[in-house]
Structure formats: C-alpha cells, structure tokens
Design a binder for this molecule. Sequence first.
Ligand code: SF4
Length: 347
Amino acid sequence: MKASDKIDDACARLLAWYDGHARTLPWRVPPGSGEVPDPYRVWLSEVMLQQTTVAAVKDYFAKFTAIWPTVHDLAAADDADVLSAWAGLGYYARARNLIACAREVAGRGGVFPDSEEGLRELPGVGAYTSAAIAAIAFGRRAVVVDANVERVIARLFTITDPLPGSKEVIRAAADSITPDERAGDFAQAMMDLGATICTSRDPKCLLCPLSDMCTARKAGIAAQLPHKTPKKARPLRTGTAFWIESDGHVLLVKRDGKGMLAGMRALPDDGWSAKTSGDGTPPLFADWTEVEGMVGHGFTHFLLELSVQRCELTGREAEGEWWPIDRIGEAGMPTLFAKAAKLVLGT
Ligand code: SF4
C-alpha cells in the first residue's frame, strides 16, 4: 500500500471514530447533523479556549451567548459589562480584543471573513485561532494544532525534539495528514482524540483509531512524548491590596486603562506590576490592620503574593465605587481581587 493511501485510510478511520465519539460541546455542531456552524459561536469559543480548558469555558460560553447571542449584540455591549462577564477567565487582553473584534465584524455587516488570511486581520485572532475558525466554521483546509493535537502528532511521528522548539516540525507533520475534505471535523477529531484517548500520562492506544500508524506506540515510548523544555522560573513580586469598608460597602476602583488588568473593577492597591513589587503605600490615611493570610496568584510572566490591609471609615467620601459587600461576587473583579475579597470575608 502506498504511503498516501495509508494516510487516507487513517484519516477515514479517525473521521469514523469522530462520527461515533465526538464530544458534545455547546459551541459545536454534531458530525452528520446537517447543521451549519455559526462562525460567531466558533470564534467566541476559540478565543475563550486559548490558554484555558473546556471545563473552565463552558459556563462562560453559556453566559456570553445568553447575554449577547449575536456578534452585533456583543459589539453594542458596554466594555465594562463584557470585562465583568469575562472576570475569572484571565488574560484580560483577550477580552479587550474580543470587544474590538466584535465591533470590527459588526462593522462588516456581521460577516466573519471565511479564510485564514482574512481572519488573521481581525483583532486578537492569531495563527491558531484563524486556522481553527477557517476549518470548523467554514470547512476550509487548515492545519489546526492546539496542545492536544501537538501531543498526538509528536507521538504519531515520534518527534523527540522538545516543545516549543519543535512546533514547526509538528505543524509540518500535521499538515502532511490533514485532508481536503471534512477539514473542520478532522481538526475537531484530532482535538478530541488528544483530549480523550491520547492523553498526557496514559494514552489508551488499544482504543485509538490511529494506532497502526503510530510510531511512538510501536517504539513503546508514547507516554514519554512530547518532550518539553523546562520553563524558566517566574520572578516573584509582592503587593498589597486595600479593603476600605464603610456601612456595608467596600471601595472599588477602576484600574488604569494601560497597565495590568486594565479597565477592570478592583480593590485599590500599592502599584505592583509585572516589573516591580508594590511599595505598600495605602491610598488614604486610616487605621489599617493586616488581614491574616496571603493571596498567591500566577500571571504568565511572574508570580504575585498579595497581602491585604483593611480599614473601616465612617463616611463614604473617598473617591471610587462603593459596592455592597453582600453582592461582592457580582462586581466582576479579576480572580486575583476576588481571592483577596474571599480572604477578607473568610469565605
Ligand atoms: S496509538 Fe496511542 S500514542 Fe499513538 S496516537 Fe493513538 S493513543 Fe496516541
């Protein structure tokens, strides 16, 4: 049998497996259903899924599509409402790009570009996301390589060079088996295979539709791949957040429009950033006490240890938004500050 016939056979087996085992996901059209994917839902899910798991995204996706069922609705939304609904998903630059992208697409009559090149021109849509949307929403042949697919490909072809340096080699190998037909289903089948069968620690090769072409399985080293270059240790920064309470309300501020967590509602702090620790200076003169405990949080490039100081005022003259403490969960604060509020309230 020729090599190309073997690949065609493997693709056919993978697609047949997908027809019977596709994960049911709220943004997905089931294979063979005849339904047409909605590019808005595909785009929204792919942006949400960057750096995050399916389990973490499901509730956010349901919330966003209930409040803003179309790209026009999202484009017309207040920035603060979108950032607040996004709170907890992290990587807030993505939320700001989400708003910018929705407005760009709404300005084009609500029509998403249907090619990788066209999609790449949209705010926040990079190489991976444009390939995923082109394949899944528009059935274009595109090479879609997320972390799950990277693992499957590294094993199928025994690519032993460590990630991230091997990304281009993995992409080229993925390209070599991507079919012209059912490109969206193929991409989603590879993702599902990685998520459910070809898992990190314990690949279930006996159940795998690609087992007969998998060279790492034959060599007995599947579970060891892909190799990864150890990550550099992230620097540690320290900072202080301030819980200023008055008559059942806490003072919240809107963060500076340019720095970390820009535009988000938050507790006042001492100016910590990715580059420097905070200096501990409180925003006003008061009788401060230190809250017992510490909030730890990991950002992409650094770790933060946040201590919390609290005080109680008799009036509400201080500038900011006085938020009812019993509704603090609805303030839409980023996870870091939500953790600080929990530390104060002991919840
Ligand atoms: S045979 Fe095993 S290691 Fe190879 S792709 Fe399938 S599950 Fe992964």
